[in-house]
Design a protein around this ligand. Sequence first.
Ligand SMILES: [Zn+2]
Length: 245
Amino acid sequence: MSQQKTYNIRCPQCQQDQDVQLYEAVNVQHSPELKQRLMANQLNTVTCGQCGLTFRVDKPLLYHDPAKRFMIYQIPVSGKSAEEGERQFTDSLGQLSSLMPKDIQSPDVSLVFSRTELVERIFLRDAGLNERIIEYIKYMIYTRNSAKVDAARKILLFDAEDSTPEALCFVVQDAESRKLEFVLQYDRKTYAALCETFDKDDQTPTLLELFPGPYISARRLVLKETSETDSAAPKPPRKRRPRET
Ligand SMILES: [Zn+2]
């Protein structure tokens, strides 16, 4: 079931404190209108009782689609690192299980840190795509086009709206200005080939080794590798990546 919780929130314009009801869990099978509100950026918005300003409040949010059998948990960690976010996720797993239906034993929960990532992940799962393969494709785009798509300054987002049966599309977002800059196309046949490569070829690192989770992010992996390369510390030998298809 969907659940709400009361938070005391300060209006960013007039500084008035007020108690507001925000969703902490949405079940989109029971309440499809909550999914519509989420996708329209209208979920957990508050209108200030004093000055009338409407603003969105980001609090931990569990998205649950029982029909498609997936859950995504958003922990807003603006300013904090992914490591801290993952620690917070582990700490909140106990609390999370109280929000889940009793009949679910060990649910598959993905972790995201922003509303943008949450919406992207919903589109991706709704399209039946594997989030680790999609992040792997992003990894290749980041590492092979680093001049154009520098992971330090650009964010790649799966673009469901522009994707076609032939091509998967990714939109490049500037990390600082949040502006969407241009769209990259990726052949869907390569996606299918990658699914097979990861299934069969045991010489390549597995997707689970590359993206152990719970936070699955190509950008994080690239930034981590870059900082390792920059430091002088000796590195263990790494297994080769799958060949280009
Ligand atoms: Zn106000």
